[in-house]
Design a protein around this ligand. Structure first.
Ligand SMILES: Nc1ncnc2c1ncn2[C@@H]1O[C@H](COP(=O)(O)OP(=O)(O)O)[C@@H](O)[C@H]1O
Ligand SMILES: O=P(O)(O)OC[C@H]1O[C@](O)(COP(=O)(O)O)[C@@H](O)[C@@H]1O
Ligand SMILES: [Mg+2]
Length: 484
């Protein structure tokens, strides 16, 4: 499965280092397409709003912290309704599919796409593709009406179902053609959007007037560029219940230890924000920050210190943390994959709980009471909270405006608080990670007062990284949503 785009990125250069990384448009490969007045122009709810329609020249900067002499840098196209649209509402046949793991807010996004298409643009033909990508060719479709989806935002999961694997480009695009679909809305994470990019390329190769629009979904918040992903706030909020339970258990026992595992395959954002929000957490372990157990500066030493000082402690660990330690003990670990090709992880929460018990009870003969809580799937299954519901609505509306305006091969996403259209490859080319040389991780360390757990060798290379560093994200080559 290739991830490199066949088509050149649309880049526009301007004065003082201004760069616009634009998204593709149907007219890039189909000339002389007719345009229509946006039906919102005659809609009293919108026409009274001053500057409701987005100026064609409006763009949003990627970096908002600038120096006096900074170049203007990379910009993205501002999302929102355009004066002219490239579809006659009666001709639109849209479809929606959800792929990958669950995330709070999926149903809200589905609902809002259906409602936006109908209430804003008068589009009433919207098909639901069931069960992820393979649903295009292996399942029946369902008709999504505003009435059918009216209450679904109150439920967790996705009413359409989802799956991993099953991305067969030819079969998917054949099915899009067979159904006469001309707007494809794809909701999913990094894997899904790589798949969406390939679908867009095949549609373009066939010269079809079909737009492919994505909405980035990831509970792990591992998609770059965007401020954060929908469902993330809900996940952080829901994680508080597990942390609170772990704290109550730990506090009530002699030498009580609560261990909570949270999602985060490669990115520890949920663990970091849940820790910062809770204040009951003594130690937060994430994939980006390696740790070791035994010896000076290790986990065991810190646990002992906290138990001596406080009598109890809470550890939050992201599922992807310490995987290299597990792999070192079990050579088979890490070789298995799910249907999408994602590495299957070992249960690090269970592993660290055993290690702590063995160390204190067997080696040090020190009684402890350890309770391990794994709330991961409970967190993922809840409906989105109020702020995520608002966020999902804005994402869905922006996406519909973009599709009606003829943009394709794009996702909608919030960059520095503004809705934008982002080219697929820009958000699939790398992953968003916690930058441990960044101020947000420093804030966490200041809040838990935990050591860095880096070995002396690693600390040295880390400090070399920081020497003369005035922009951590550039130096680590990673995106940085955590800087505030
Ligand atoms: N590189 C890729 N090219 C094409 N399709 C992909 C690619 N990676 C994943 N997919 C497809 O995208 C869907 C979801 O991917 P997955 O990694 O499971 O979840 P997520 O989108 O949440 O990261 C699956 O149906 C999978 O087959
Ligand atoms: O058991 P599943 O469905 O494979 O999901 C587990 C994975 O899903 C995630 O929540 C995120 O997955 P996505 O890439 O699909 O967003 C990870 O944190 C976790 O490892
Ligand atoms: Mg993924």
């Amino acid at each position: 499965m290739g991830t490199k785009s066949k088509y050149q990125m649309k880049v526009v250069n301007g004065d003082f280092g201004y760069v616009l990384e634009d998204v593709p448009h149907l007219t890039d490969y189909i000339p002389n397409l007719p345009t229509y007045d946006n039906p919102l122009r005659s809609n009293p709810a919108y026409s009274v709003v001053k500057q409701y329609f987005v100026d064609m020249d409006d763009t949003v900067p990627q970096k908002i912290v600038v120096h006096k002499d900074s170049q203007r840098g990379v910009h993205f196209r501002r999302a929102g309704p355009r004066q002219k649209v490239y579809f006659n509402s009666d001709d639109v046949r849209a479809c929606i599919v959800t792929c990958g793991g669950l995330c709070p807010g999926l149903n809200t996004v589905i609902r809002e796409i259906v409602h936006s298409l109908d209430y804003m643009y008068g589009v009433d033909k919207v098909l639901g593709i069931e069960g992820g990508y393979r649903g295009f060719y292996a399942k029946n479709t369902i008709n999504l009406t505003p009435k059918l989806v009216n209450d679904i935002h109150k439920r967790g999961g996705t009413i359409l179902g989802t799956s991993r694997g099953g991305h067969d480009t030819k079969k998917i695009v054949d099915s899009i053609q067979d159904h006469g679909i001309n707007q494809v809305y794809i909701i999913g994470g990094d894997g899904t959007l790589k798949g969406a990019d390939i679908i867009y390329e095949e549609i373009r190769r066939r010269g079809l007037k079909v737009v492919v629009a994505g909405i980035p979904k990831t509970i792990d918040n591992d998609i770059p560029i965007i401020d954060k992903s929908f469902g993330f706030d809900t996940a952080v909020e829901e994680a508080q219940r597990a942390i609170n339970a772990a704290h109550v258990e730990a506090q009530s026992a002699e030498n009580g230890i609560g261990v909570v595992k949270l999602m985060g395959r490669y990115s520890g954002f949920i663990a970091m924000y849940a820790t910062l929000a809770s204040r009951d957490v003594d130690c937060c372990l994430i994939p980006e920050s390696p740790f070791f157990l035994d010896g000076s500066g290790g986990i065991f030493e810190f646990v002992k210190k906290r138990l001596r000082e406080e009598g109890h402690m809470v550890i939050v660990i992201a599922e992807g943390a310490g995987q290299e330690l597990l792999a070192a003990e079990n050579s088979n670990a890490g070789s298995e994959q799910d249907a999408s090709g994602n590495k299957l992880l070992q249960d690090v929460g269970l592993w660290i709980s055993h290690k702590i018990r063995d160390h204190f009870e067997k080696k040090l003969k020190m009684p402890i009471t350890l309770k391990y809580i794994d709330p991961t799937y409970m967190i993922r299954a809840v409906p989105s909270n109020a702020s995520d519901n608002v966020y999902c609505t804005i994402l869905a509306q922006s996406c519909v405006h973009g599709a009606m305006a003829g943009y394709t091969g794009f996702t909608s996403g919030i960059v520095n608080g503004r809705q934008t259209y982002l080219p697929f490859n820009r958000i699939t080319e790398k992953q968003n990670n916690v930058v441990i040389t960044d101020r947000m991780w420093a804030r966490l360390l200041a809040s838990t007062n935990q050591p860095s757990f880096l070995s002396t060798k690693r600390q040295h290379s880390q400090s070399q990284l920081l020497d003369g560093d005035d922009n951590e994200s550039e130096i680590t080559g990673k995106q940085n949503t955590s800087t505030a």
